[in-house]
Design a protein around this ligand. Sequence first.
Ligand code: SAH
Length: 223
Amino acid sequence: MAWRCSGPTNEALIENLTRNGLITQPRVKRAMLLVDRAHYAPHSPYEDSPQPIGHRATISAPHMHAAACESLLPFLHPGARVLDIGSGSGYLTHVLAELVRPGGRVVGVEHVQALVEMGEGNAGKSGEGRGLLEGGEMRFVRGDGRLGWEGEGPYDAIHVGAAAKGFHQALVDQLRAPGRLFMPVEEGHMQHIYVIDKKEDGTVTRTKEMGVRYVPLTDAPTD
Ligand code: SAH
C-alpha cells in the first residue's frame, strides 16, 4: 500500500488514500487533511508506512489511522467522549479530537512520560492543536492503558494503538452503551484488529478484522 498512497505533501497523501479506497468517509478525509502528519512523524511523514518516534514506539501507518477513524466514525459525533490508548506521537488523538468537535473530549493515554510530552508538544505545533489543548477537548495523560482511564468515561469510542494480549475487561467496562472499541489483539505470532461493540442493551459483540503489525501493549519500559 505504501507505494500507492505516499505523496509529497499531507494533502497528496490523503488524496491518494481516498483514491485507493482507504478513506471513504468525507468526515474522516476532512479531519486527516486538517492534521499535518509532519507535526507528528519525525521522518518521511507523508509515506504510507509506520515510522519510528523513539522509546520503542512508532507512529502507525496512515492507512491504519484511516481504518481506525472509519471504523469508529459512527460513534464520533460532536460532544463524544473518546479514549486513545498508546497515544504515542499524538497524531490520532488530534484527528479524533477534530472528529468530535464541538464539545467532544479525547484523552490520549500513554505509559512513557517522554511520549506524553511528545504528543502534547506535537499537538501544540498547530493553532488548531493548541486550541484543542487549551479548551481541554484534547489531553494527554500518563497511565497504563490496559486499565483504560476512568476520568472521562464512559466512552463512545476507544482506540487502542498497541497490540493487546487479551480483551481487557476494563476497556469494555468503560465503553458507553452504545459504544465501540477498536483494538489490535495478539494471537500466537499473529495480530488482528478486533472491533468490539457494546449495544444499547449492554450486549457485547466481537468482530475479527484484518491482520496487522503493531508494537505490543505492555508494562512500561524500565530502562
Ligand atoms: N497511535 C500511536 C501509536 C504509537 S505506538 C501513533 O500512531 O503515534 C504504541 C504506543 O503504545 C507506544 O507509544 C507505547 O509506548 C504505548 N503503550 C504500550 N503499552 C502501553 C500501555 N500499557 N499503556 C499505555 N501506553 C502503552
